[in-house]
Design a protein around this ligand. Sequence first.
Ligand code: MV4
Length: 449
Amino acid sequence: MFSRILVANRGEIALRVIRACHDLGIEAVAVYSEADRGAPYLDAADERICIGPAPAAESYLNIPRLISAAEVSDAQAIHPGYGFLSENAHFAQVCRDCHIEFIGPPPEAMNRLGNKNQARKLAQSAGVPVVPGSEGLIEPGRDVTALARQIGYPVLIKAAAGGGGRGMRVVRDEASLQDAISSARQEAEAAFKDGSIYMEKYIERPRHIEVQLLGDRHGNVIHLWERDCSLQRRHQKLVEESPAPNLPDEVRRAICESAVRLAREAGYYSAGTCEFLLAQDYSFYFIEVNARIQVEHPVTELVTGVDLVREQIRVAANQKLRYRQEDIVSRGHAIEARINAEDPAANFRPSPGLITRWYPPGGPGIRLDTHACAGYRVPPNYDSLVAKLLVHQPTRDEALAVMRRALAEFVVEGIRTTIPIHREIMANEEFAAGRVDTTFLERTWLRPE
Ligand code: MV4
């Protein structure tokens, strides 16, 4: 087992990894940019190394600086957290070449799953449902009219180099197909310097269901059930929960077992998440794999009792999984609300600055993963997440009630946060009934962009 791990990230996930290291008796080396100098969470680490100025390219994304920090601090492994370099296959390879263990999946699996077309083919060979579509890119000159008829309207034109919903176009009838194809190609070329596009059946008002995976380096892969992440704003998740409400058990099992088949096919290990679209008729379709620990991993930790970050470290140290699939039982209901330094009343404009008052909730069944406190200055340079408020209760109704109480207690001054919109969401009857799909927020609250 490692004696020292370098945590190549910042904020709440850096603190989360530091805690997992300490729970395993491992020393943690934190890195920080000038924008994070003096941040209180850094005091939790055993050593702190400044890796550069505020811009991420010169600090948290700077591979030579991270490798140097690991070498000067004698760290045997690096945990990338999420975001930054967490899904960068080149970084994972550089760690391997420098004999520093990368705590995450192998670069080969990252490459296989990072390419949309390869991932789709892997899914098909693993018997995992994919959205009916063009089976690859739409090359100029292809008979798109026949293709759209074969798929069936409405169809969705997607930019191959896009992601997070960028460069998508819904086409509901043949008359508007050609214009949509050419404008989608132009937009993709302008936005991504790559005009490649493909076509899929458009799934109306889908839910976003994702499956937590955990694999070791001895061929064992298990799932840790699903999370419903449908409540999003512009492809940024705001609320996640498990189990997914109103999901029949046989569908739940089918989705989770599909994810395990795909992970095996990809030779995946460490923690990862398989994302699916769930249609209104409960048919489901693979969309992508997130080859990293995710922001919302505590939702799964609460309902299964498994410490995912600690298991990632054990897997990286070549240990076999301590769990068999039958050991993973989901108990109760967990909900996470992402507390971002943003102002919902100002179209979620970022709201960095000094936190002058911080009164967090507590009590039975509440978990608050945060690096913030009174006196902490939220820097403007990075993502706006300042805390994850989680509730775990025997039933969803009880989890909702405790979440409402926790949000009512939570006082933050000096910056604006998403607490007010979470209070409204948790009071919304559609949400309370578990009838939320990915269009919920824009239909219920948000002005169209
Ligand atoms: C779709 C879709 C409907 N039909 N594909 C958006 C980002 C990318 N991860 C996949 N996305 C979608 N792909 C087909 N064929 C609807 C979405 C989508 C979405 C998916 C998951 C979570 C939130 C979303 C918000 C808007 C659209």
